[in-house]
Design a protein around this ligand. Structure first.
Ligand code: AMP
Length: 176
């Protein structure tokens, strides 16, 4: 089995000084890397009764769509404010500077529905944490959250797990 971690491209000081940007396009562009990543993300949830996969804009759409297809579920997007055409549930979250808002259609998930949350990467957990709040407002039963990459030093995964959401990541990178 090839090491999928070696397919991640790291770009130092992007988008600003001090950030090590973990670029997944090199992983997704590799046929074996893509297939292996989706299989590994899907495996823990094959017998968990997931009914819908929710992916976070934008890279969570690519991975989440593939995971949903493999699990045989539907897919629903969480988007940045103002992008969804129907009535939405929204949640503000804190960025390093200022705040942002993400939204989901109010009928995207139903009360008690078993949801798997998917994104490419968890860092501070701000984005995924906001998505969890939205799903909880909608009454979803969050089965877990799956990521390709976890940056453990930023503590997002620990935070999410502390709030009762089991997390799964394919690899970790130490540092920021
Ligand atoms: P956070 O809300 O801090 O957990 O950040 C997660 C979101 O920001 C994900 O949607 C990632 O795509 C993006 N992100 C944060 N840090 C990085 C990084 N070092 N490399 C690539 N993407 C990142």
């Amino acid at each position: 089995m090839r090491d999928i971690k070696s397919l991640i491209r790291t770009i130092p000081d992007y988008p600003k000084d001090g950030i090590m940007f973990r670029d997944i396009t090199t992983l997704l562009g590799d046929a074996h890397g893509l297939r292996q990543s989706i299989e590994m993300m899907t495996a823990p949830y094959l017998d968990k009764g997931v009914e819908v996969v929710v992916g976070i804009e934008a890279r969570g759409f690519i991975v989440g769509g593939a995971v949903a297809e493999k699990l045989g579920t539907g897919f629903m997007p969480v988007r940045k404010r103002g992008k969804l055409p129907w009535k939405t549930i929204e949640q503000e979250y804190t960025l390093e500077y200022g705040t942002d808002v993400i939204e989901i259609h109010e009928d995207a998930v139903s009360t008690g529905q078993k949801v798997l949350l998917v994104d490419d990467l968890i860092a501070t957990g701000g984005t995924a944490g906001a998505a969890v709040k939205i799903l909880q407002k909608a009454g979803a039963d969050i089965v877990g959250a799956a990521f390709i990459i976890d940056l453990p030093d930023l503590g997002g995964r620990a935070l999410l797990e502390k709030s009762g959401i089991p997390c799964h990541a394919l690899m970790q990178f130490e540092g920021e």
